[in-house]
Design a protein around this ligand. Structure first.
Ligand SMILES: [Zn+2]
Length: 94
């Protein structure tokens, strides 16, 4: 089982703060806490790690494409369990 890496925790936290959504995500929608679940790294359907994007920029672009393709909001987030980024639907993270 992958474990949360402290290094990634700081990158993730800083990203939340920079986006200005930290307060809302932690205390209002509580979405942020989902990042601590292994489900943010593992695809629950397949049981395998989600597609990993090496940079925030590629993750952001892919999220935009997915949003257009599926007509739903997809967002990217820093993964705490690996060194990359993943994208997910609105409810996972924003
Ligand atoms: Zn991951």
């Amino acid at each position: 089982m992958p474990r949360i890496k402290l290094k990634n925790l700081w990158i993730w936290l800083w990203d939340q703060i920079k986006r200005g959504t930290a307060f809302r995500n932690f205390f209002i929608t509580r979405n942020a806490w989902g990042a601590f679940s292994i489900n943010s790294h593992i695809n629950q359907t397949s049981g395998k790690p989600k597609i990993m994007y090496n940079t925030k920029e590629t993750a952001r672009k892919s999220a935009e494409k997915m949003s257009l393709k599926h007509g739903k909001h997809f967002s990217y987030y820093k993964c705490l369990f690996c060194d990359g980024y993943h994208i997910g639907k609105n409810r996972d993270n924003k």
